[in-house]
Design a protein around this ligand. Structure first.
Ligand code: HEC
Length: 152
């Protein structure tokens, strides 16, 4: 007597597996970033909070609704860790960051932003951030403004 074929049982099992994995692929959270190492916190304070959480003339500057000034703020305002990795990997932050209109009027802040970009590059801070996020998958957001595609 031949054994009963069991293959047909695997089909519904596989289908269940697929639908479960779809549920697990829920939007990425920022939890994977914590705890934030001391050297990374320092970089965020020096290079990022100027536009993401610092108070200027009594008003908190929060570009793109993102506040990086402390753990709680990051958990609340960062859509997902992968987006942070994306902007660092693509050198969008802080290299391409621009001051808001109200801050642009202050020449001291323009100078500070230039120094932020120069020091970030000079000190290899991008490498520190990338190492911190090594296990995180960057998101892929199409950039409308990205006309200057590098020819390779
Ligand atoms: C001079 C101001 C400025 C500085 C400094 C700056 N940012 Fe930004 N950031 C912006 C602006 C403006 C945007 C939105 C527009 C854009 O993407 O260019 C943005 C967008 C972002 C986003 C995308 C948010 C989203 O939901 O899409 C992330 C993540 C981010 N910044 C992280 C950083 C990090 C990390 C640093 C420091 C290494 C940094 N930023 C430094 C101004 C700044």
């Amino acid at each position: 007597m031949k054994p009963r074929p069991t293959r047909h049982l695997l089909v519904p099992a596989f289908a269940t597996l697929i639908s479960c994995s779809a549920a697990f692929a829920a939007p990425g959270k920022s939890d994977a970033l914590f705890p934030i190492p001391e050297n990374v916190r320092h970089i965020l304070d020096q290079r990022c909070v100027m536009c993401h959480g610092e108070v200027h003339n009594g008003k908190t500057e929060i570009r793109e609704d993102l506040n990086l000034s402390n753990d709680e703020a990051i958990k609340e305002t960062l859509s997902e860790a992968g987006r942070l990795k994306e902007v660092i990997a693509k050198k969008q932050m802080p290299q391409k960051a621009k001051l808001s209109f109200r801050l642009r009027k202050d020449p001291k802040l323009k100078e500070r932003l230039d120094a932020i970009k120069a020091d970030y590059d000079k000190n290899g801070e991008r490498d520190v951030l990338m190492a911190w996020m090594k296990d995180i998958t960057a998101t892929e957001t199409p950039d409308k403004k990205d006309k200057e595609k590098k020819a390779e």
